[in-house]
Design a protein. Structure first.
Length: 132
């Protein structure tokens, strides 16, 4: 089985389509902002992530693709988990985005998680979540 990791915080382009066409398992990574230091989320960044995910769903549907699993990660947890109010609003946005995937029947298994590259246990958790 092949898995592909797609950074959804960049512009949607042809390279992403190659990954989607061949991956059995997709890992979609979304971010709260462009910074690697700020703990506040950016409306613009969330909108960019939402637009990217929408375009990806549209492509998958149009080409009748059905990955075995789609795992969606909210990245940089070490930064955004600090503020309780912002954290709750960010998680509401994230859960709404995940629901589009699970309710849209894009895969037999849609899973989600939070992640920080600074925590080795988060990397292990992602690997254990994948149904390889």
């Amino acid at each position: 089985k092949f898995f592909g990791i797609i950074d959804c915080s960049v512009n949607f382009n042809a390279y992403h389509l190659v990954i989607v066409n061949f991956a059995d398992i997709l890992i979609l990574v979304v971010d709260h902002n462009d910074s690697g230091q700020l703990n506040t989320w950016s409306d613009e960044k969330l909108r960019e992530n939402s637009d990217f995910l929408f375009q990806l769903r549209k492509y998958i549907r149009r080409h009748d693709l059905r990955p075995l699993q789609i795992h969606i990660l909210l990245n940089k947890m070490d930064l955004w988990e600090v503020g309780e109010t912002e954290k709750q609003e960010l998680l509401e946005w994230f859960n709404k985005e995940v629901s589009y995937w699970s309710e849209g029947n894009f895969s037999a298994l849609v899973s989600k998680g939070t992640h920080s590259n600074l925590r080795s246990q988060d990397c292990i958790k992602v690997v254990n979540t994948l149904k390889l």
